[in-house]
Ligand binder design. Structure first.
Ligand SMILES: Nc1ncnc2c1ncn2[C@@H]1O[C@H](COP(=O)(O)OP(=O)(O)OP(=O)(O)O)[C@@H](O)[C@H]1O
Ligand SMILES: [Mg+2]
Length: 594
């Protein structure tokens, strides 16, 4: 059963993506963590700063009110001023200190004195009687020494004003007295509305919220009052983390007017996470983009990596099917490039070896074919040889017995000469089939060449063939049959002459040492050369391109038989001038008569 496996491209892609994801998630979580702790510290600092700032603002406002009230007190208890002037001064004070609507002063056990801003009361639709009634229902606290107290009270249904008490201490010229002012709350309330994200409140001395901005639970007031009263060291200027109605909060507080009031500020801790969450979702977009880019990049990279491997696989498959003509491109310098180059070298070698093998195979087939021819020819020759000798003998005998003018003498002469020719062919055939092996003796190849050329010299000369010899001087003498070698060279020379025709040409006979102690004989002409289709059959018996009666086609086959007999090789190749070059390679030692 074939096992499923991912292609290398997908593996690389997955690896790269996984690495990127790990790096990115580490990065993101670190960033988010850092951001969160940084943001937490920032929020804590901010709550403290805001609490102090709110308290300072309220403080300044209250101090201003106190100063204004003292100015009223000074006028009310001024003994040197006549009542009318006093009335005028008080009304002008109301005009200057617009937040103060009414003010009540009381000294010791004497009756309280109340002054009020007539215009403002009219605007609030509060009558003088209502105000006085309210005053009587809300007597000034007496007896306990206190500095300042602030409350929210309704002068009448629906008209809430701040009530600020102060005690003005005695001086040398004056008794101590108490002042209570009814103040419009808007400006103090505004102090709590400055921030947008934070819940701000101002608590009175009882811990009740005077003003607040943002949703504040019931627990809220108690919580802060307890904190402000406790001496457990929750110092001003320190941010506190606590849970209010199950919601984690960060908050801070600061006292106003010597602990008379308390400014508190708080924000759910989750604001920190909100920003971190925003950051994370932004990062997610960036991560997605990065991811896409990385995916594309690693796809391209993986393709570049796996493509050469795929090419190699495909090429290897083709080589497996015996197609050695493949080569893979190897542009890269990495291991795959090295592998590709090795692969190409391998196919080159395989190709070379294949060609050699094919050549060797063809040679083997050829040699077997020739051996079969030889056997057949030898069999026929053997059977025909004796009858031919008989025909020749009787023809010669008959010739001798006939008169010189006999008309059949001419015919008998033809029979004799043709029988001789047959005998010659038969002996050639037997030689090719190595049925008649010659005697081997130490032989000087150069001498054999000289002798052979001397014999054919006349025939070549009349046919305009120029002979040149290039004979190596250092050839070893080795065992060979000189007569047979001579015949070989003569065959080559005659064939060359015949190939070059009546115009003639040049013939070069060369001897030299070959590799591994061999002796090489080359016979080269500048005739038409041997065509590709003829080349394969040239050493076969009876193969001839010459017209019938001119060539038997046995010359080269006999040559082949002789050279094989000497343990050598013979072949034909193209000469540089376009003609044919016959090459014989003989072992320079004693030839092996196989
Ligand atoms: N030097 C050469 N140039 C061109 N072709 C050649 C050459 N030598 C031989 N051949 C070709 O090889 C054939 C066979 O030669 P081979 O010597 O065996 O027979 P032949 O010359 O035709 O006849 P034979 O030698 O028996 O008289 C020739 O017919 C010729 O076509
Ligand atoms: Mg010939």
């Amino acid at each position: 059963m074939p096992r499923f496996s991912f292609p290398i491209r997908v593996k690389v892609l997955l690896t790269v993506l996984m690495l990127i994801m790990i790096v990115m998630s580490l990065n993101t979580s670190t960033m988010a963590g850092l951001f969160r702790s940084d943001k937490t510290a920032y929020i804590r600092d901010l709550t403290v700063v805001m609490a102090i700032h709110t308290a300072e603002e309220a403080d300044a406002l209250l101090r201003n009110y106190v100063a204004n009230m003292q100015a009223f007190g000074d006028v009310i208890y001024d003994t040197r001023m006549d009542p009318e002037t006093k009335q005028d001064v008080i009304q002008s004070l109301f005009r200057n200190y617009q937040d103060i609507v009414a003010i009540t002063a009381q000294r010791g056990d004497s009756d309280p004195v109340t002054a009020f801003d007539t215009n403002e009361l009219t605007r609030l639709e509060v009558s003088r009687e209502t105000l006085l009634q309210y005053r009587d229902q809300h007597p000034l606290p007496a007896g306990t020494p206190w500095e300042l107290e602030l409350k929210m009270e309704n002068i009448k249904e629906g008209v809430g004003l701040l009530r600020l008490f102060i005690e003005v201490p005695a001086t040398e010229s004056r008794q101590a007295f108490v002042l209570a002012a009814n103040i419009k709350p808007a400006r103090l309330a505004a102090v709590t509305t400055r921030s947008r994200g934070f819940a701000v409140s101002i608590l009175d001395s009882n811990g009740q919220p005077l003003f607040q901005k943002g949703a504040i639970s019931e627990n809220h007031a108690t919580h802060w009052a307890n904190r402000a009263n406790s001496k457990s060291g929750n110092a001003i200027g320190t941010a506190i983390e606590f849970v209010e109605d199950g919601v984690p909060m960060i908050g801070a507080f600061a006292p106003i007017a010597n602990q008379a009031l308390l400014a508190t500020i708080q924000v759910p801790s989750s604001v920190v996470y909100v920003s971190a969450r925003d950051l994370l979702s932004n990062l997610k977009v960036v991560a997605l983009l990065l991811f896409a880019v990385a995916a594309i990049a690693s796809l391209i990279f993986a393709r570049r990596l796996s493509k050469p491997l795929e090419n190699l696989t495909e090429a290897a498959e083709r080589v497996g099917k015996g197609q050695f003509e493949v080569s893979v491109s190897s542009t890269s310098g990495d291991e795959i490039g090295v592998l590709s180059r090795s692969f190409n070298r391998m196919t080159d070698e395989l190709r070379e070896r294949d060609a050699k093998l094919a050549g060797a195979n063809a040679a083997l087939v050829q040699s077997e074919k020739l051996a079969a021819f030889g056997q057949l020819g030898a069999g026929i020759a053997h059977e025909v040889k004796n009858p031919l000798a008989g025909i020749l003998g009787y023809a010669q005998l008959a010739l001798r017995k006939l008169d010189s003018d006999s008309p059949i003498k001419k015919n008998l002469a033809v029979i004799e000469s043709e029988t001789r020719r047959c005998t010659e062919i038969i002996s050639n055939l037997l030689q090719f089939a190595r049925q008649e092996s010659g005697k081997m003796e130490p032989t000087d190849v150069n001498a054999v060449v000289d002798a052979a050329l001397q014999i054919v010299d006349h025939q070549l000369g009349v046919n305009n063939v120029r002979i040149s010899k290039e004979l190596a001087a250092d050839l070893p003498s080795f065992d060979a049959n000189a007569n047979q070698l001579q015949q070989v060279i003569m065959n080559f020379a005659i064939n060359a002459q015949q190939a070059m025709g009546s115009e003639g040409g040049s013939l070069v006979v060369r001897t030299r040492r070959g590799d591994a102690g061999t002796v090489i004989i080359e016979v080269e002409d500048d005739g038409p050369g041997v065509s590709e289709d003829v080349r394969g059959k040239i050493f076969e018996p009876f193969f001839s391109t010459k017209p019938a009666g001119q060539g038997t086609g046995l010359g080269l086959s006999v040559t082949y038989g002789i050279i094989k007999d000497h343990g050598g090789e013979v072949w034909v190749e193209d000469a540089p001038g376009g003609g044919a070059r016959f090459v014989v390679s003989l072992p320079g030692t004693r030839a092996q008569a196989a």
